[in-house]
Design a protein around this ligand. Structure first.
Ligand code: SF4
Ligand code: SF4
Length: 187
């Protein structure tokens, strides 16, 4: 099993519902700052490119890399790739050394100010939802249908269906990380 996220930039209306839902579900709606990125504590980062003629937004989160630098550098095995293909953190093994934060080429880990440990997609609530056969909250709340999540090894998964239809890029693919976060940029 290789679970993956897809975000369709051409459908996204930039409402931020996914960002708010991630905060509410995984971080108990805290209004505390995310000290690493700024803004509230959430696993989705909004990057706005002010290109004047055609400003656009990029939503980025953990890419659940198949060749994950964060896993390679973790000295305790706290960062690992689970059997479902998702990259996870075992808080019981994490010593807060932050090597993984430095190693992530996407800057997709942030430091929880209360516990001093790294956080990233997926939060605990979303992990429980996926185990129960549900979608992560960001996928569920998106009013534009811009998000999908599913198994790359299942030809009938929603992710695979959309991959066949759209023009798709993967971020920083040249780094050899084999990211499993697909960005649809058009049809
Ligand atoms: S995006 Fe960063 S945190 Fe996520 S798996 Fe890749 S290297 Fe690790
Ligand atoms: S909820 Fe959907 S439409 Fe809104 S910002 Fe997130 S991906 Fe875009």
């Amino acid at each position: 099993m290789r679970l993956a996220h897809l975000w369709d930039q051409s459908r996204c209306i930039g409402c931020g519902a996914c960002i708010a839902a991630c905060n509410a579900a995984n971080y108990r709606s805290t209004t505390k700052d995310n000290p690493t990125w700024g803004g509230v504590q959430t696993n989705i980062k909004r990057i706005v490119f002010d290109l004047k003629e055609k400003p656009y937004i990029l939503l980025v989160q953990c890419q659940h890399c198949e060749n994950a630098p964060c896993v390679a550098v973790c000295p305790t095995g706290a960062s690992y790739i689970d059997r479902d293909g998702l990259v996870k953190i075992n808080p019981d093994l994490c010593i807060g050394c932050k090597y993984c934060m430095t190693a992530c080429p996407y800057g997709m880990r942030w430091l929880d100010p209360d516990f001093g440990l790294p956080e990233k997609c997926m939060g605990e609530t979303c992990q429980s939802r996926v185990k129960a056969g549900l979608m992560p909250v960001c996928v569920t709340v998106c009013p534009a249908g811009a998000r999908a999540f599913g198994d790359l090894d299942d030809p009938n998964s929603e992710v695979n269906k959309r991959l066949k239809k759209g023009r798709v890029v993967r971020l920083l693919e040249y780094k050899g990380t084999r990211p499993k976060f697909f960005v649809v940029v058009g049809r």
